[in-house]
Design a protein around this ligand. Sequence first.
Ligand SMILES: N[C@@H](Cc1c[nH]cn1)C(=O)NCC(=O)O
Length: 461
Amino acid sequence: MIDAAAPDLAARPAPPTAYRWLVLVACSLAMFGNYYVFDALYPVTPLLEKAFGFTGEQIGKLDTAYNVAALLTLIAGGVLIDRLGTARSAVLFGAVGALGSVLIGVLPALVPSAPWAAMMGGRFVLGVGSELFIVAATTVVGRWFKGKEISFALALQLLIARLGSYAADKSPSAAGGLFTSWQPPLLLAAGLGVAWLVFAIVYAALEARAARRYAVARAGATDKLVLADLVNFDTSYWWVVGLCVAFYSTIFPFRTFANLYLTQARGVSDAVAGDLKSVLPMLSMIGMPLFGLLADRIGKRALLMAAGSALLVPPFLLLTYWRTGVTLPRIGLPFIGTVLSAGAPLDGVVAMAMLGLAFALVPAVLWPAVTYLVPEQRLGSAYALMTFCQQIGWGAMSWGMGLVKDVAHAGADHPAGWTPVMWMLAALASVGFVFSFLLWKSERGARAHGLESVTPGRQAA
Ligand SMILES: N[C@@H](Cc1c[nH]cn1)C(=O)NCC(=O)O
């Protein structure tokens, strides 16, 4: 959308290419902070269990609080982004997210009589800012890279965001000195929450400067949820939504409980648990751009998603039943340092590597696939609706997993209690595979949208 308040716009030069990448870097670094803050809670869960006696259900509900806040804001927030524009929205939601990260780090210490309620409050505030910030940041890439390197730019943004998850997962081994109590790691996360806000401000300043100097589009259509759109999307879109819900409702709640599961059921140290968990974002970072390129080269997007969702099923059963008895020595890489601390079980590494591949393959194809299934002018609503459904499934599953963990008395003294939790995950992952199979079938029929071909076929109506 061209800013009508700037009549000399046509006379201005287009922004230089480097400026576009600078905007992407600022937004992506803010996303790094966002993902770090989101994931920083999980390595601390064993310490929260020890310090406050948090139950599995309470830990699951810390996710649910985030999801409920995200659900509420996704309905209203798209409209707000339209009104404010992406720059002001990014600063606003970045500020709310930063506040949430600080509350998570300090409130439980200030309210020692109700630490769980305090932390729920912080996670809720984080949820208000976080998902809408992601919507705004994605929209920024859409505006600045439309008709240019949009897929690569989106992959790069998610890659830098995942680096935040990776850093949070690695924090028990990389910043082990902080993990003597629950608070220092969360104060570090609060620091990165503030960095998230700082980069949001840097991005907003770049937008303001561009608006004064260059012929740039103002914030256009965003991920606004238009209720009339709910019934009008094609069946293939709904299969993708089903896969999105089942896939992320498996992988994100697993990540919530992975530190507890790996230390209690598999008996590994906190550092090894963090390292094993970090295999997911690490493989995802490496694999996403490659699988994105592969999909662009060969098409077969539904088939690739089916392969990715099939990969998600066995690891939970392998983690539960497969024991090689082999543990690995420390594995390190130049520049990166320790990838796996000594003592990681080989079977655990294989299972986590399969999960990591699935975490690369499905997201790399799933989000861009939506652009084939809905018309461009309804893309925002389609993404918002998909994220909305994702949050419902994810919130319910985190809560349910925690409940099952408690009912089965899963813990260090009763590792077998984790078995029903892992079966729950395998079952939900199988549901994801069924959705991807239905999508593949539908994309081989007369109402295909070109997901299986290299270039889009029938234009989405
Ligand atoms: N809506 C996000 C969820 C998220 C992860 N960390 C912070 N928020 C999402 O689904 N992102 C897609 C992905 O593959 O990361």
